[in-house]
Design a protein around this ligand. Structure first.
Ligand code: PLP
Length: 391
């Protein structure tokens, strides 16, 4: 059975070009970049080249790139650095729809002496910018707003928030794990202080991430250890993955246009096809301000998990919320924050596409999902043919 992979916001396939670039560093070039010998030194030069490629992807200077182990580590490092560099400030602003990598850390800080403002979103997942602006105070240490939401795909107004915060002495961090590689991200143009990236969302392997730290931003390391990453993140470098991320960054730049055109058209075809064929289906997320690869649809009166299992039997991979929250039957905190009714939030499915998807795959899903929903609804005690559409 062929796999139809439409779960690219959870993780992506390692691109063959990326794998090729990594293999020499797992086979022959195993030296330690910190060693005095030239065998290790040449590895150090390749790390520097990869750093430049990653910097180019987001228009940063190479010195502003810190390699980490994942997006979660980048988020934790940014937040810890911001609060440690501003010990007198005890207020944090974030959103109600952050990934658990941010949400759970702020919930922990809220129990440990910090006041956290959770900025709401509306029913289309759009951020309440006035609420954010109205809560900025002299006590605010950090504002963390994700660039794009992993579940709804809604893109947040990062440029405007950066403009609002400029010269206020508040650290502005964005979790751009879902945005980078899917839409243009330019840190110089935007002017934010710190930003997180994850390799496995852009066709590099798992276990490599990046924290962008703007030159001049006060910083203290989270991983205290060796002198690696200019004393900003201790630990021997994950050389092969860093090289792979460099190659993935080059590919990401060259694929941005295709994602904006061909992948967007595939996503739209999938979305329109499903919404037309399946009654009581509701799009979650503002239609015209989303990532071009993501669609999140609620099917009323069915369980997302049941849909996933039945799609799985046909080789279709999608998600019912973020990968980290599936496994729990609670509706996702993102859909709850958007006010999606309980009957619909439970039956929500996220499809997230990549350049590897085809029209044939999309049409297969459009053909095979409606009978799955119909079968499941027939088993549901709550489903009534012709039930009211959701508001
Ligand atoms: N932030 C967002 C928005 C994500 O979607 C994810 C992963 O799903 C992460 C952070 C965590 O990244 P990682 O898996 O590299 O730790």
């Amino acid at each position: 059975m062929d796999i139809i992979y439409m779960d690219n916001n959870a993780t992506t396939k390692v691109a063959p070009e990326v794998l090729e670039s990594m293999l020499p560093y797992l086979r022959e070039w195993y030296g330690n970049a910190s060693s005095m010998h030239s065998f290790g030194g040449s590895v150090g030069r390749e790390i520097a080249a990869a750093r430049e490629k990653v910097a180019t992807l987001i228009n940063a200077d190479p010195g502003e790139i810190i390699f980490t182990s994942c997006g979660t580590e980048s988020d934790s490092t940014a937040i810890n650095a911001a609060i440690r560099s501003n010990p007198g400030k005890k207020h944090i602003i974030t959103t109600r729809v952050e990934h658990p990598a941010i949400k759970n850390l702020y919930e922990y800080l809220a129990k440990n002496g910090y006041r956290v403002t959770w900025v709401p979103v509306d029913k289309e997942g759009v951020l309440d910018l006035d609420y954010l602006k109205g809560n900025i105070s002299e006590d605010t240490a950090i504002v963390s707003v994700m660039w794009a939401n992993n579940e709804s795909g809604v893109v947040f107004p990062i440029d405007e928030i950066a403009r609002t915060l400029r010269d206020q002495g508040i650290v502005f961090h964005s979790d751009a794990v879902q945005a980078v590689g899917k839409i243009p991200v330019d840190v110089k143009k935007t002017g934010l202080d710190m930003m997180s990236i994850s390799g496995h969302k852009i066709h590099a392997p798992k276990g490599i991430g990046v924290l962008y730290v703007k030159k001049g931003t006060k910083f203290s390391p989270f991983m205290i250890g060796g002198h690696q990453e200019r004393n900003r993140r201790g630990g021997t470098e994950n050389v092969a993955s860093i090289i792979g991320l460099g190659r993935a960054s080059e590919l990401a730049i060259s694929h941005l246009e295709e994602i904006d055109t061909r992948v967007r058209a595939l996503r739209d075809r999938l979305e329109t096809g499903l919404l037309q064929k399946i009654p009581n289906a509701l799009l979650n997320g503002k239609k015209d301000s989303r990532l071009p690869n993501t669609t999140n649809i609620s099917f009323e009166y069915v369980e997302g998990e049941a849909i996933l299992l039945m799609m799985d039997q046909l080789g279709i991979c999608a998600s019912s919320g973020s990968a980290c929250t599936s496994g729990s039957l609670e509706p996702s905190h993102v859909l709850r924050a958007m006010g999606v009714p309980f009957t619909a939030a439970h039956g929500s499915i996220r499809f997230s596409l990549s350049t590897y998807n085809t029209v044939k795959e999309v049409d297969f899903v459009i053909e095979n999902l409606p009978p799955i929903i119909e079968r499941l609804r027939k088993m549901s005690p709550f489903w009534k043919e012709g039930a009211c559409r959701l508001q």
